[in-house]
Design a protein around this ligand. Structure first.
Ligand SMILES: *Cc1c(COP(=O)(O)O)cnc(C)c1O
Length: 367
């Protein structure tokens, strides 16, 4: 194999971002300041249906503060999918609350709404669905269940900037929603997160929690943390925000091409009314064992120079951090069978054709 490797992910950071950082450094004001305030407004207008947004230092911090703002306390239960990044459950567990893991829908990889009601107990306070890979969770049904049982909904939109369900943006369904701005996500600020809030009360609580519980300096109203975003990071994020739409279009274009041309693998389905933003383009090797899937991935990398990733090889409930024995068959199936192909905007048409050829060749070889 002497073809250059097509990377599984590739943050695009260029001269515009460098100039923006320079501008902040030259100003001498680098901590949270005017850039963060502008970034919050611009992000809100573009990605959160004009809901008030609060910038923080990571997506995980964002969901931690969201859960605290929703009043989650030790001993409470919050329903989460197990097929996700550990942060979804970590943010619940570090509060001393219990993440209650439920199964996913195998077609969308998102939490299965019909599994949620069975998991509700008298300690359940909320549901934290994940818009996994950039596909919106079934928010209409989830909100209905939440309303019926008086639960809050907090959205994990870490991977889903710009995704929609029935024309409504993710990040505008829950009491709050968290977007991650980590470098491999659809846009980045270096590290960072953005939390959209349903109303001014949640937004104010998020702002207090982010900054030691203070609105006025040294008049701390509640115990809080320092989860502030710096103006340096916000400046990067503001530039990235202006490019996101074009990048998302390219992701969707690549995905449509893969959908039409891949053979011998299960391509990702899109639910009725959903707009997928393809943080990942995730196929399934139907019926494969984890070893067979890993061999498929190895062949793509080593024989064809196609970078690929497995998100996520171990369901969160089985990680050493949680170590639970649960019967979540779709979660287990997904963990064995998924494989994500490069779908980032740096993938050229030539790369795209190589990816299709490689997957079809490996699928035909019956790896
Ligand atoms: C990335 C990610 C997070 C955490 O975001 P960070 O910015 O890395 O803290 C949470 N949930 C999901 C599903 C993610 O992909």
């Amino acid at each position: 194999m002497n073809k250059p490797m097509i990377p599984a992910a590739k943050p695009i950071i260029g001269d515009d971002e460098r100039r923006a950082v320079d501008r902040v450094l030259a100003s001498g004001m680098v901590a949270q300041g005017p850039e963060v305030a502008e970034f919050e407004k611009e992000f809100s207008a573009q990605l959160a249906g004009s809901r008030e947004c609060v910038a923080v230092n990571s997506g995980t911090s964002g969901q931690h503060l969201g859960l605290l703002a929703s009043g989650v306390k030790p001993g409470d239960e919050v329903i989460v999918p197990s097929f996700t990044f550990a942060a979804t459950a970590n943010s619940v567990a570090v509060i001393g609350a219990t993440p209650v893991f439920v199964d996913i829908d195998i077609d969308t990889f998102c939490i299965d709404p019909s599994a949620i009601e069975d998991a509700i107990t008298d300690r359940t306070v909320g549901i934290q669905p994940v818009h996994l890979y950039g596909h919106p969770a079934a928010m209409d049904r989830i909100l209905e269940i939440a309303k019926k049982h008086s639960l809050f909904v907090g959205e994990d939109a870490a991977q889903a900037h710009g995704a929609e369900l029935n024309g409504q943006q993710v990040g505008t369904f829950g009491q709050w929603a968290m977007f991650s701005l980590y470098p491999t996500k659809n846009m980045t600020s270096g590290e960072g997160g953005m939390v959209s809030a349903e109303g001014p009360e949640i937004a104010r609580t998020l702002r207090l929690l982010r900054n030691q519980g203070m609105e006025k300096q040294y008049a701390n109203e509640i115990p809080g943390l320092n989860n502030r975003m710096t103006d340096i990071h916000a400046a990067i994020g503001r530039v990235q925000l202006t490019k996101l739409e074009e990048w998302t279009k390219r992701r969707q274009e690549l995905a449509a091409h893969f959908d039409a041309n891949l053979q011998g693998v299960v391509v990702p389905k899109v639910a009725d009314g959903a707009t997928h933003v393809y943080h990942q383009y995730t196929i399934r090797i139907d019926g494969a064992s984890a070893q067979e899937r890993d061999r498929f991935a190895q062949a793509l990398r080593e024989e064809h120079g196609v970078g690929c990733g497995v998100y996520y090889p171990t369901p969160v409930h089985r990680l050493p951090a949680f170590e639970l024995e649960l019967d979540l068959p779709n979660t287990e199936k997904a963990a064995r069978e998924v494989l994500s192909l490069p779908v980032h905007p740096s993938v050229s048409d030539a790369d795209r054709d190589r990816i299709v050829e490689a997957v079809n060749a490996v699928a035909t070889a019956g790896a």
